[in-house]
Write a protein that binds this ligand. Structure first.
Ligand code: BGC
Length: 415
């Protein structure tokens, strides 16, 4: 029978459901965008979210490359309290999906026509078992050399197009007392330089064999020995204080004329731009030698959470991230290019134009490569195993021949 008490309880429940459904979208967002350029970029998303009635709780975890952010994420998921939205990319998306903790955002993707506006090569990273499980933000290119324009001019150096040219320029600068390479000795930065060299020396097929297929013959080849030889040269081009330095401080060295070059993804351009520097005038960008294109796509995955307000927040966030306006404004700050091919690049700089043109060419000739150093190619256990060897090599006097042996062993143990 329907008593007065049950009626009251039912009304209260109805009211609660009503108010929960009416509460504005909410999102707690875990990301690692804390440098000057990165903070300007993520502020664009925060503003769009707020303009659309959303309530954003920021969870920034400092640390370039996102290693610290991923540790924080594991702790939150293990404690049964995942953040609403997480900066997550590459195979890590599918790894988390396999744990059963990711939300399905296919309804947003379908309503927004993502299949039509995203290149298939990028869309595939956002799908889990045929469902959409992440929203892509941008395309970062990893294999860039950034240079201080005045230093190159002063020493009559052209942007290097081969590793031999790079070494000749670096030797000349070093002899003149200028630090050739701004670098931060953190494992992920070592890996970033290493994979750019590997792309050039191994070529696209060799890179894929080594860092996608984990082919032992390629990992131990003479060419891989040559990759480590070039890494050893790089060690001679950094300053004495490189250990532990954050990547954006290395970028600042190039900006301030304390070093000539940095090898880093185009989030470095975000730093130059945030400091008001002009590409082509104050700083130069060039692809690292050897053709090809190493891509790194930032994306957000939504974790399974309770509450209509938080689920509404996830849908809103996913929709905004792939939205045309956001894709343009965010990427102007971030240094990357839009993931959507229908966003005009008119307002973008010369480096962004080069990125888009090189990416299209690489896609056409089969040299579009996923960055292993930025989590696009391998599961974290495997990329971590490779990076451990690279870092151990960079910080010791290990021979290149021993390094390739260690590489093959580490990869085998990680499988
Ligand atoms: C991310 C970028 C970020 C960079 C430095 C990369 O792995 O993809 O968005 O700016 O790390 O933190």
């Amino acid at each position: 029978m329907f008593t007065r008490t049950t009626f009251a309880a039912a009304t209260a429940a109805l009211l609660m459901t009503g108010s929960a459904a009416m509460a504005g979208p909410k999102a707690e967002v875990l990301h690692w965008w804390t440098s000057g350029g990165e903070a300007k970029a993520v502020a664009v998303l925060q503003k769009e979210f707020a303009d659309n009635g959303g309530e954003w709780t920021d969870m920034p975890v400092a640390g370039g490359g996102g290693d610290a952010a991923m540790t924080a994420l594991r702790a939150r998921v293990l404690s049964g309290n995942p953040p609403t939205a997480v900066q997550l990319k590459g195979p890590a998306i599918q790894e988390w999906y396999a744990e059963g903790v990711l939300a399905d955002i296919s309804d947003v993707a379908k309503a927004e026509g993502w299949d039509k506006i995203l290149p298939p090569a990028i869309a595939k990273h956002m799908k889990c078992d045929g469902k959409w499980c992440a929203a892509p933000v941008n395309v970062h290119r990893v294999d860039w050399i950034w240079a201080n324009a005045d230093i190159l001019k002063k020493y009559n150096i052209k942007m290097p197009t081969t590793w031999a040219e790079f070494n000749a320029a670096a030797d000349k600068l070093k002899a003149a007392g200028v630090t050739p390479l701004a670098h931060g000795g953190q494992a992920w930065q070592d890996a970033t330089v290493f994979e750019a060299i590997a792309k050039g020396i191994l070529g696209a097929d060799g890179f894929r064999k080594a860092f996608v297929e984990l082919d032992t013959a390629t990992l131990t080849s003479d060419k891989m020995i040559a990759v480590f030889d070039q890494m050893r040269k790089m060690r001679g081009y950094v300053d004495d204080n490189f250990s532990g330095r954050d990547w954006n401080l290395a970028t600042a060295m190039v900006m301030n004329g304390e070093a000539a070059f940095q090898i880093m993804g185009d989030w470095a351009k975000g730093e130059f731009m945030a400091a008001g520097k002009v590409p082509g005038k104050d700083f130069l960008c060039g692809a690292t030698p050897g053709g090809g294109f190493l891509y790194n796509v930032d994306s957000f995955a939504m974790f399974k959470v309770a509450g209509a307000d938080r689920q509404a927040g996830q849908k809103l966030l996913a929709k905004l991230i792939v939205g045309k306006n956001f894709q343009k404004v965010f990427n102007l700050y971030k240094g990357s290019i839009p993931v959507r091919t229908d966003v005009s690049l008119d307002d973008f700089d010369v480096c962004a134009h080069k990125s888009a043109a090189d990416m299209a060419a690489a896609s056409a000739d089969g040299s579009l490569l996923p960055s292993y150093a930025h989590g696009m190619a391998l599961r974290s256990a495997q990329s971590g195993a490779i990076t451990d060897v690279v870092t151990a090599f960079f910080n010791s006097d290990m021979s290149s021949a021993d390094a390739v042996k260690a590489l093959a062993k580490a990869v085998k143990n990680s499988l």
